[in-house]
Design a protein around this ligand. Sequence first.
Ligand SMILES: Nc1ncnc2c1ncn2[C@@H]1O[C@H](COP(=O)(O)OP(=O)(O)O)[C@@H](O)[C@H]1O
Ligand SMILES: [Mg+2]
Length: 412
Amino acid sequence: MDELSFEPDDSLYRNRDSLSEEYTPAEIVGRDSELQKYHSALQPVINGESPDNIFLYGKTGVGKTAATNFLLKQLQEDTERFDIELTVIDVNCEGLSSSYQVAINLVNKLRSPENQLSKTGHPQYEVYEYLWEAIDELGGTVLIVLDEVDNIGEDDSILYQIPRARSNGNVTNARLGIIGISNDLAFRENLSPKVRSSLCDRNISFPPYDAGELEAVLQQRADVAFHDGALDDEVIPLCAAYGAQDAGDARKALDLLRGAGDFARAEEADVVTGDHVRRSREEIEREEVMDGIADLADHQQLTVYALATLEAEGNTPARSQLVYQRYETLCDSAVKDARTSRRVRDFLADLESLSITTSGRQNTGAEGGQYREHQLQHDLPTVLSAMSELIRRVGVHHSIEDAIEDSNQVIV
Ligand SMILES: Nc1ncnc2c1ncn2[C@@H]1O[C@H](COP(=O)(O)OP(=O)(O)O)[C@@H](O)[C@H]1O
Ligand SMILES: [Mg+2]
């Protein structure tokens, strides 16, 4: 077992953790105009005036949280310098699906550990009263940051209550402002008009990064993460180009770079190369497809399962009709009513657009008709392991008994 002993290995990485989600960069690059707007929206705080309410929106990975942490840290340092009392309460709304849950969370952040509210069983108005009480007790300026606030969906009353708390006389002893951050562009459009007019004093949009901006983000992080000379010249431009294709998401670009570094480290390479980036990308795509399959509804998964069994028998590309017949057989074993063949054709089209399968059109020749043929876009063990839960319920089709053995080797 000697070859499995562990030794520290830092020939490539100087600080791998700096590529992770938790790391706060010392500087925000490539977001100058957004930071400028954000800065001016926060200016009233340092003037000792009532804060503006701010709403940030943009897709995931475009720097909304990073910019907020960065500016609020700066603001907190500067308010200390100018003797202004500022409290920032930051809540990530992931997993909180209503204004009620967010309000309880806020109250509990402001209360001592012995004095926490239980998660349920309070009338809504009472929770708000506790919140106003706690805010008034703090005094000074209070900024409430609700990150990923789109999680609360249509139940958006808190986005009305907080901006109105002062004019409604609920809060008298503190200046109160709210910063809402949303990953979902439609969320802002769907806010009730009442909320929109009170919340959105300042809207700041964070567009996707272009390849040049991503290069700047990656370069800055790579300087911290890797030793000098550890990256081939093409590595950062390549990660940036892929990142720009992937909705301009800096998080994905950073994950790609870390994946490439990990491949290089695993094979004890002296430098990270473009090839490592490409392999990292394949790996990430594979994981995404696995998640995509795991998230499908049962009948769509059964359609994938049908195609997988045909593939195991060497019968792909397979015509829609054949996929349908196998699908019916599997529905029988699953004791489920089969959907119509038209419906399954729709599933097959969906699966293709999700990059789970590929399909092509063939001519039947003499009759002049056309038909579609389908096959899996990823290797069989990967697909089977993504569906393991369904297969456990439906049973292992005889054609895939061997492949199932292999799929157990696939690390999910
Ligand atoms: N302009 C930037 N400069 C440096 N790092 C950035 C920048 N934008 C994003 N990042 C990094 O990219 C990742 C995703 O950014 P984040 O702010 O979490 O995105 P969002 O909140 O918009 O989903 C984080 O690790 C963050 O540190
Ligand atoms: Mg965020």
